[in-house]
Ligand binder design. Sequence first.
Ligand code: VGL
Ligand code: ZN
Length: 210
Amino acid sequence: MKALILTDLQNDFMEGGALPIVGAQQIVPKINQLQHVFGLIVATKDWHPADHQSFVDQHPGKRVGERLEIKGQRQTLWPTHCIQGSKGAQFVSELQTHKIARIFFTGVDREWDCYSGFGNGLQTDTGLYNYLKERRVSHVFVAGLATDYYVKSTAMNAAKLGFESYVVADACKAVNLFPGDEGRAYAQMIGAGVNIIRSEVLLAPSPSLH
Ligand code: VGL
Ligand code: ZN
């Protein structure tokens, strides 16, 4: 069984949002197309309390992109984004949502950022692993935002947890807080056994895939 994991396709990551990612809007139609070829689709939402400690506004004098030690972890500071229940945290309106079977929420712990749909650190388990296992999922395909954070950690965790893990590269966009972040993210993913593919492979499967 194959599952598609859609990560953080929320208003705040779109152009005009609080933490805009260049080109984020452009991947939405492609993601809608991809949904046609999957029997199981789940999604994640970045879902922060208003005083989340990854927000630069919580640390006067600090700048976006700086790292702070919080709970013994170096954590990156971001503009305030994806506050629970806000418009910015809603799915972008162009995203088709009727096939999304379950939404997993992360970044909910005030003192802990979480860039993986499976959870990490203090938010150790979102329930995604058991959800996929119960449905006999063997292959996961990750698409969405952001390549260098959430997509990377989710795909790498999936590989580590024993899934065949794929990232649909043309259906993802990177933040690129620092030049080269996207390339480094792909190198890390490949090093961790993640397969990098393009959506064409899924939309028009060649006979050799069967
Ligand atoms: C993300 C930065 C902050 C992501 C979430 O979804 O990749 N990036 N919060
Ligand atoms: Zn966040």
